[in-house]
Design a protein around this ligand. Structure first.
Ligand code: MLT
Length: 407
């Protein structure tokens, strides 16, 4: 056998590809339907003017021999690593050095690739429901055992739902790699400082490594919710953090992210920073220069203001979605520090039943909760990334449909 047999165990299609395929079929059968997309978390606002200006001027630099850039550093250009260390970390009183910041082409790739640093036998834990990339990337690497259509045999699931207020409990069985995400995708809930302190203490005691995804941190409002795991004392000895420009600044198409691997983080006497550097130097040739200049522009005074306005725009959509659900008697979480709203499907429907009802009866696309893991069964996620107009129209359609489904 010459192929990776682990692929045989993985459900056939990636969640968002399955959703896209069902929508494509529906649109083919109903060419006149105006389908509103509140499914995948893809942004709709155009790039902010400060970003566009930086892109143009970086293109001009690439057009002149004196300023042309070929291969860049695999870790990212110094100007962006410094801007991230200052803008994301020093700005909240956290000490991360620029050379602990690795610029990447998206948190999807970085959070999928990081598992390469760990042993095949490393025991993985995920909160459930969870962003499917963490699970599928470990499944491809053969770490998760067999899949019974619902669960992987060697994966520790940490259920998060309304029965525990969406707070992941510390695992009872020993685990070595723990994926946490706050604000959470898909539930939109956040972890408190106390929760994070408990996780950091757990990892310090057991030697586990926390893989902390803050792709949605720009949506946090107020000062109570931590924006980085490094706000917790001692986290730099136990955690790697992933951040992204995708949702913050509309980079889902441009592609730019960062990963912090602290120099203090060692396991088996080996520096994970050194390992990630080695991995990236071999397998990654860096994010394009023009894109890194665009990312840098999000930290200029104008860039900050413009990007913030886009985040506020999506947050207003999120509030409307949540209010619409709650006015129809559907209890929801998220949408407060997050572009995602999460809820139990009405009338006891399962996730795909509700997906079909929403698509067929209201021409709205959402994401079935069960696609995010077994605890997501019977749940649903709506995203706030469409335009305000489309979101208002979707809210109107939802307000009509939900009482019908309940009766
Ligand atoms: C989502 O909808 O969960 C995200 O868009 C997926 C991603 O960022 O890869």
């Amino acid at each position: 056998m010459i192929t990776n047999k682990n692929f045989g165990e993985i459900p056939q299609s990636y969640l968002f590809s399955e959703v896209a395929e069902r929508v494509r079929r529906f649109e083919q059968q109903h060419p006149d339907a105006r389908v509103l997309r509140l499914g995948i978390g893809d942004v709709t606002r155009p790039l902010a003017p400060a970003i566009v200006e930086a892109l143009h001027s970086a293109v001009d630099e690439q057009a002149a021999a004196a300023s042309f850039q070929g291969y860049g550093p695999e870790t990212g250009y110094g100007f962006l690593r410094e801007a991230i260390a200052a803008g994301e970390y020093a700005a909240i009183g956290v000490d991360v050095s620029p050379d602990e910041v690795f610029v990447g082409d998206g948190s999807k790739s970085d959070s999928a690739n990081i598992q390469e640093l760990f042993a095949d036998s490393a025991r993985v834990a995920v909160t459930d429901p969870v962003y499917p990339v963490y699970v599928d990337s470990n499944a491809m690497a053969g770490r998760l055992g067999t899949f019974d259509g619902d669960r992987w045999s060697n994966l520790s699931y940490i259920p998060c739902d309304d029965s525990n207020d969406y707070r992941p409990a510390l695992p009872e069985e020993p685990v070595e790699l723990i994926y946490l995400c706050s604000p959470n995708n898909p539930t939109g809930t956040t972890m408190s400082r106390e929760d994070l302190e408990a996780w950091v203490a757990y990892a310090r005691k057991t030697g586990a490594v926390i893989l902390f995804d803050v792709a949605y941190r720009a949506f946090i409002t107020g000062d109570d919710v931590p924006r980085s795991i490094y706000e917790i004392e001692g986290a730099d000895e136990v955690a790697i953090e992933f951040g992204s420009f995708s949702k913050t600044a509309g980079f889902t198409g441009l592609r730019c992210s960062w990963t912090v691997v602290p120099k203090k983080l060692q396991r088996d006497g080996v520096s994970l920073h050194t390992m990630w550097l080695r991995r990236q130097s071999t397998k990654f040739n860096g994010t394009p220069y023009i894109v890194q200049r665009a990312a840098e522009a999000t930290y200029s005074p104008a860039g900050r203001e413009q990007v913030r306005a886009d985040v506020e725009y999506y947050l207003a959509n999120a509030r409307l979605i949540r209010e619409t659900l709650e006015n129809a008697g559907v209890k929801a979480v998220g949408g407060e520090h997050s572009p995602y709203v999460w809820f139990r499907c009405p009338a006891g429907m399962d996730s795909w039943e509700f997906f079909d009802a929403l698509l067929e009866q209201a021409q709205i696309v959402g994401t079935p909760g069960v696609g995010f893991g077994p605890t997501g069964a019977g749940h649903f996620r709506l995203s706030a990334f469409n335009t305000a107009e489309a979101t208002q129209e979707a809210a109107g359609r939802l307000a009509e449909l939900l009482p019908k489904l309940a009766s």
